[in-house]
Design a protein around this ligand. Sequence first.
Ligand code: SAM
Ligand code: SF4
Length: 271
Amino acid sequence: MLKSTIAPVLSSLHSKTKSDNLLPFKAAAFCIALPKSTSTVRRNASTNTSTVETPSYKLPPASAYVHLPFCRKRCHYCDFPIVALGSTSTETADDDPRISNYIHLLIREIEATQTHFDQHPHLETVFFGGGTPSLVPPRLVARILDTLRLKYGLCLDAEISMEMDPGTFDAQKLKDLIGLGVNRVSLGVQAFQEELLKACGRAHGVKEVHEAIEVIGSCGVGNWSMDLISSLPNQTQEMWEETLRLTIEAQPNHVSVYDLQIEKDTKFGSL
Ligand SMILES: C[S@@+](CC[C@H](N)C(=O)[O-])C[C@H]1O[C@@H](n2cnc3c(N)ncnc32)[C@H](O)[C@@H]1O
Ligand code: SF4
């Protein structure tokens, strides 16, 4: 198992998704990403002719990453740029001015972002990353999507992904998000053992993990992935095997396994 990386070290039960082209930019609230392309010269062996592809920096953006940096509490391993809302429950997050003020500024930032292109094709992917985007009320997610639609256009079949944490959404909330166009869910499970979740400082337990998987299934989300962390303190081989078994039983379309990275200025970093 690889050490010292938070890039996925194992991925994809089925196929890679469009969002794999997008990096979670750690510090930016909003990023647009270029379509994948290279400036290499391709030589056609049979005709001996060459074609030069357009360098990606000359192409208009195809993807947007939107950072929604709110969590109920900070996990003991995590150094992502987030705001821990404290004891705020999912319900009261609905009216939390820290969230609505941020979305207000985010929308202004999207509107003010210059692309240097008069015309561009509609966005193919949008990725809501965090933080815990599933804490954000759907009516505010709707405002972000409306702004992106107006500014860049959104393909009718755009892949719209959201990182969601167990215990922060129920069937009604997920249905509302699906109604807005969210069609891919990335569920942060990390582990299936109560003691490991607790030791990580997660804001949810195993019960919420199973409930979240159940809700994703009952709402008919056809494209979802699961995040796990390996090499956690006191994680035995039996625990890891159980985690993998339960993951396979849940049948996500994609699995990202991150080997624990100890970051300084986190609780794990100070142990
Ligand atoms: C942007 S984070 C958070 C998404 C979501 N809030 C959650 O907790 O599941 C995406 C993933 O990065 C991984 N991660 C974050 N910090 C890590 C660390 N220090 N070591 C290993 N994995 C980490 C976790 O698996 C997490 O699900
Ligand atoms: S919920 Fe996710 S983003 Fe928030 S602190 Fe935990 S790992 Fe980091």
